[in-house]
Design a binder for this molecule. Structure first.
Ligand SMILES: C[S@@+](CC[C@H](N)C(=O)[O-])C[C@H]1O[C@@H](n2cnc3c(N)ncnc32)[C@H](O)[C@@H]1O
Length: 335
């Protein structure tokens, strides 16, 4: 996962235009509220994206980051499963549509997109952004106002995504929603991808979801190289990855004087009833590069977490190890 994530031009322009309709102090106030909620936790009795200004603040402040994280996770899936060519996509808790844009960037063959979201303001904002997309599937996405609860029927689609939502659901609803998505995925043999912030809490949500997906009989496609227990000891470490993105104009306005880029950390799991090929192992830290030696921290199939030194004497493997990045499969999948 190297390089800098870039938003599609149409999304960048649509965001700039939509945010321009709000006074900067109002956006700044709403961004500060969001930052406080992410730090201190959400009051689930009050919808976080309840007002238009809150949605605009979310879109300006968070959407570039969630878009980049979702695209990075989906790209890893696409690398492992080049034969996976989804036509239909359902995005659960879609907010302003980050995952819709990201899925389209990775699989431009998508033709039919549905977004399930509880907030009418988020739907209105997301629709306005999507109207500017060049891809018909994004422009014509169906946005359904839906409150996910214990009885919500999971959507059937080739690709189902749920990004940055688990942490906003109560624990009981969370497990039921994941189980129901898993069962529907098993029936449809589609790909289910769940993404959360790359924090200890976000990883704990992904680890719990991963157990439920495996219990439902799904194969884990990524990032794990196996279906077994995660070798990471919760509380001591957490499995996460990072993607670099340029900070949006709004982000720079509300956080004066900080860096022009940020690294969005995320955890994810992709699973399917179909056993797609998966990584032999996964790079779970920035590779340590010294003269003539690269050491990869790997999550392996069978050996848990292990440090894997690759020296210059190993020729081609060394050249590949110098190019591999945190989050990539090792060895690199053949393309
Ligand atoms: C942090 S935002 C993530 C939005 C989007 N998926 C993204 O990655 O940018 C969480 C979204 O989940 C939605 N959400 C939270 N609880 C929900 C529920 N019970 N039913 C439907 N949507 C819900 C919120 O309204 C919000 O749009």
């Amino acid at each position: 996962m190297s390089g800098v994530s870039v938003l599609p031009d149409a999304l960048e322009d649509a965001l700039e235009e939509s945010l321009g309709r709000f006074p900067v102090p109002e956006l700044t106030r709403n961004v500060q509220t969001l930052i406080r909620q992410y730090r201190e936790g959400f009051d689930r009795s009050v919808p976080a994206l309840g007002s238009e200004a809150a949605v605009a603040a979310y879109a300006g402040y968070r959407m570039p980051a969630t878009y980049s994280a979702v695209a990075a996770a989906l790209r890893q899936v696409a690398l492992l499963a080049p034969g996976f060519a989804p036509r239909t996509h359902a995005d659960v808790g879609g907010g302003t549509g980050s995952a819709v844009w990201a899925a389209n960037a990775v699989w431009p063959g998508l033709t039919d997109v549905t977004v399930l979201e509880q907030s009418a303001s988020a739907i209105a904002f997301g629709r306005r952004l999507a109207a500017r997309a060049s891809a018909a599937a994004v422009r014509e996405a169906r946005w359904r106002q839906t409150v996910l609860d214990r009885g919500t029927a999971a959507p059937a689609a080739d690709l189902v995504t749920m990004s940055y939502v688990l942490g906003e659901l109560s624990p009981a609803v969370r497990d039921d929603v994941v189980r129901s998505l898993a069962l529907e995925s098993a029936r449809h043999t589609g790909m289910l991808v769940i993404i959360e912030p790359g924090t200890p809490a976000g990883y704990a949500g992904i680890a719990a979801a991963r157990r439920l997906l495996a219990e439902a009989g799904l194969h884990i496609v990524a990032p794990c190289p196996h279906d077994g227990e995660c070798p990471i000891v919760e509380g001591r470490d957490w499995c996460h990855f990072a993607v670099r993105l340029n900070r949006s104009a709004l982000h720079r306005r509300v956080k004066d004087g900080t860096l022009s880029f940020e690294d969005e950390k995320f955890s994810y799991v992709a699973a399917s009833a179909r056993p797609w090929p998966r990584a032999e192992s996964r790079v779970v830290r920035h590779p340590l590069k010294r003269k003539g030696l690269v050491t990869l921290r790997l999550c392996t199939n069978g050996d848990g977490l292990a440090d894997h030194p690759v020296s210059k004497r190993q020729g081609e493997a060394y050249r590949e190890a110098r190019d591999v990045a945190w989050g990539d499969a090792w060895p690199p999948p053949a393309v």
